[in-house]
Design a binder for this molecule. Structure first.
Ligand code: ZN
Ligand code: ZN
Length: 795
């Protein structure tokens, strides 16, 4: 979390005197959540309990060599000592690139603020640049920087899309800490580096907070933007230090290296902040009873996690806890808030006023007010979509309730980290019906111990790399020394841009061959969205406000924003009124209905280039480039409540093709048909593919929507039954390479997913996929199990 510098309460040792469990004597304190957990134990909804902490704070002296003004500032806000990781980070930051990955609320900001502020105190010309993925987080950090009262030495300013035009020149001139986001840096700062001469000539520190957010397509873009930044800074003679902070992930050093292109990175991950005593509860809604009273195990349908969460929260609130609840979609947030209010109106009308959904679009002042009410306890529960959006200064609360798996264990831990006010807290996870949710409910131990995922990105994705090379060429001619920033493939990609008529070669004054833009008056950054892999995109416009919601890659437009599609953007639902192929835009309207849509597609893959191959688990496993050709034929409308099909609507859309990275494995048809009946062969391959895609996010932080697949009885190029798993973004961002390298794990996880699900013939918790282009036809759960049995037996 981008928490501001901790105040006295979190930095000075306030070790709670009582320790937790003592030699087998189970402590039985009455907490605001005790009664709730008792109920869950009795009726079996509480599938697993665990405890964390407490752990003491490791405190060290503030390094006396910090600038006296800074030391005075720390004293003013009552910080007398530092957590050990904060002191280590200062030391490391003076040496080289550093990434800090300590927990939520561990005072991470101070890790990069102290070395930065020290630099600013010593050098009146020095400048720092802070990057935040959201505006709210930048606002919090600006406030935290001002809190030390170093008004003479530190002049922070936010420079983003909301900054008034007439304030911008003053910020460029006078601010010595510029807080912005990667999009603004890309489109508004780097292309105009001439007017930022003071910043770039004296740039000493670059802070990249919330670095784990920069993964996948967005991360691959940001990695290029950071390279452009380092290149421009170098051109102005600056050698800025890069300081990163991230939530806990599997590969922090690698992430820092991939984001910045810098090799020598120090990791600070030994958290010196105190761990509260945290009770962890995994909560699985009961299977819904059929009329006869027997639980519907065969269908695997469960009570809605929303209803379950409303019950949990109302009990927590009634028992006096302050809680925060995280949900994936805004619609879910609104629904849950309504359910919870209704429930409280019935039981404790006074409390109904004291729960609130957190809505996006609050002004900073409204957010402050909400935070303050929460801290004071006037507000008992707040429901929000994710921690980042909130970016909130609430410290810790009694309970953090996460409803359905947020996509990564890393995110879940971060949300749980909010629980621990006054040294103790309750962290709850309410499982949904998706494959990963139910998988975790069957493996709570593994879930709790599971290493967090790796953040994957690929800055050399051809489309993304080329787009930024073109932007870079507009910022200054590209020459051989740029290999240092853009990597070994820069020249091949620059040549591709020459062929495309966008760059041309030129002999510079010193006789050096450089690449310059063919059209100097062009402004390529304006065409490159950091959220999309391909510049070839469709705009998504909200008809109700005229606002541009975003863009979607042309290759994906037909399946995501076809006419009639229900489109989810930042947790809100929209219905597509029209997809205008000529104007390349989708016109959408806010949607409040109770259905969602699933496109029916015909897909073909062609192997373009083999990059790697190995024999494993009795199959030939390959990694390479493929082209994916897709025709969206129709879409199905399904009811949200029970997923029942409402209707099927035909579409008339042209075929699209894109190239990307994929893994594929070829199976032996003869061996397969010995154990799997021929008529369920395709269903077996298809179900295997779905299970593997469902489990892939555990290896590489991504959403199953980022991944595509194709299974075929007979692929024309391999001549054998083949399963393809491909990166859904043009060019690929490294996800399937990760899956290729860890294929055995992927098969093991997929096997367990299928083997352990209690349904008879496949359900949303195992082999059915909400995004299947064939609308989950055909699927053979039994066949997939046999197939994976055979693979795993071959080890
Ligand atoms: Zn199942
Ligand atoms: Zn499918």
């Amino acid at each position: 979390m981008g928490k501001p510098a901790p105040g006295p309460s979190s930095t000075i040792a306030k070790a709670s005197s009582r320790s937790g469990t003592k030699n087998g004597v189970r402590e039985r304190a009455i907490e605001p959540w005790s009664a709730l957990l008792d109920t869950g134990r009795e009726d079996g909804r509480l599938v697993r309990e665990a405890r964390e902490g407490p752990g003491p704070a490791k405190l060290v002296e503030i390094p006396p060599e910090l600038h006296p003004e800074l030391l005075a500032g720390l004293e003013r806000v009552g910080i007398e000592r530092l957590y050990s990781h904060q002191a280590e980070a200062i030391e490391a930051a003076w040496q080289k690139t550093t990434i800090v990955t300590t927990g939520t609320a561990s005072g991470k900001s101070l890790c990069f603020n102290l070395p930065t502020l020290d630099t600013l105190c010593r050098d009146a010309f020095a400048r720092a640049l802070y990057l935040y993925p959201t505006k709210a987080l930048a606002q919090d950090q600006a406030r935290a920087l001002s809190a030390l009262g170093l008004t003479k030495q530190v002049r922070p300013a936010i420079y983003d899309g909301d900054t008034p035009r007439d304030a911008r020149a003053q910020i460029r001139r006078a601010a010595n800490v510029v807080l912005t986001n990667p999009d603004m840096l890309h489109v508004g700062i780097l292309p105009h580096h001439g007017s930022w001469e003071r910043l770039f000539s004296h740039l000493k520190v670059i802070v990249v907070d919330e670095a784990h957010v920069y993964r996948g397509v967005f991360g691959s873009h940001v990695a290029n933007v950071l390279r452009r930044l380092l290149r421009i800074a170098a051109a102005y003679g600056s050698d800025a230090r890069v300081l990163l902070a991230s939530a806990t992930i599997a590969n922090p050093v690698e992430l820092a290296q991939r984001l910045t292109g810098l090799d020598d990175v120090t990791l600070i991950d030994r958290d010196g902040s105190p761990t509260p005593r945290r009770q962890i509860a995994m909560w699985n809604p009961p299977t819904t009873d059929s009329v006869g009273g027997a639980a519907d195990e065969a269908l695997g349908s469960r009570r809605s996690p929303l209803g379950e969460a409303a019950e949990l929260l109302s009990r927590l609130v009634r028992d006096g806890a302050r809680a925060i609840c995280f949900m994936k979609s805004r619609k879910g947030v609104e629904l849950l808030a309504r359910l919870l209010t209704e429930e409280l109106e019935r039981t404790d009308p006074d409390l109904a006023e004291r729960v609130a959904p957190y809505r996006a679009g609050y002004t900073p002042q409204q957010r402050r007010e909400l935070e303050a009410r929460l801290v004071r306890g006037e507000l008992r529960a707040v429901i929000t979509t994710d921690a980042l959006e909130l970016g909130i200064d609430i410290g810790e609360l009694d309970a953090a309730v996460v409803v359905t798996f947020p996509g990564t264990v890393a995110a879940l831990r971060q949300m749980w980290g909010r629980a621990g006010r006054r040294g103790k807290g309750l962290a709850v996870y309410v499982a949904g019906e998706d494959a990963l949710d139910q998988f975790f409910c069957r493996h709570p131990d593994e879930f709790l111990e599971r290493p967090v995922e790796a953040a994957i990105l690929d800055h050399e994705n051809p489309q993304i790399h080329q787009a930024h090379l073109l932007c870079a060429a507009h910022e200054g001619p590209l020459g051989p020394e740029d290999a240092e920033f853009f990597g070994p493939r820069w020249e091949a990609h620059a040549e591709a841009l020459v062929s495309a008529g966008l760059l041309r070669g030129r002999t510079a004054a010193g006789g050096q061959e450089v690449y310059v833009p063919r059209r100097a008056d062009d402004y390529p950054a304006a065409r490159v969205s950091l959220r999309s892999a391909s510049p070839d995109s469709f705009a998504i416009l909200d008809l109700s406000t005229g606002e541009l919601l975003g863009q979607t890659e042309a290759a994906r437009a037909f399946s995501t924003v076809h006419q009639g599609a229900i489109y989810l953007h930042l947790g809100r639902s929209y219905e597509v009124r029209e997809l205008d192929l000529d104007a390349r835009r989708a016109l959408v309207e806010p949607f409040d209905g109770d259905w969602y849509t699933q496109p029916k597609r015909e897909t073909d893959t062609t192997i373009e280039r083999l990059l790697d191959r190995r024999e494993t688990l009795g199959v030939t496993l390959s990694f390479g480039e493929v082209s994916v050709t897709e025709t969206v034929l129709a879409y199905q409308r399904r009811r949200l409540s029970d997923h029942a099909q409402v209707d099927l609507v035909a579409l008339d859309l042209p075929e699209t093709t894109f190239s990307t990275q994929a893994l594929w494995f070829e199976l032996d048809a003869e061996a397969l048909t010995k154990t799997i009946p021929l008529d369920s062969l395709l269903g077996s391959l298809h179900a295997t593919e779905h299970a593997q895609i469902a489990m892939l996010p555990l290896l590489a932080m991504c959403d199953r929507w980022d991944i595509g697949g194709l299974s075929t009885n007979l692929h024309p190029q391999t001549g054998r039954p083949t399963i393809f798993i491909y990166d859904g973004h043009p060019g690929g961002v490294g996800l399937t390479r990760q899956a290729y390298e860890r294929f055995e794990e992927l098969c093991r996880d997929a096997h367990r997913l299928i083997a352990e699900c209690s349904c008879k013939s496949g359900c949303p918790s195992c082999v059915q996929s909400p995004k299947c282009g064939n609308l989950n036809e055909p699927l053979s759960k039994a066949g997939a199990r046999t197939l994976l049995d055979a693979l795993l037996a071959a080890t």
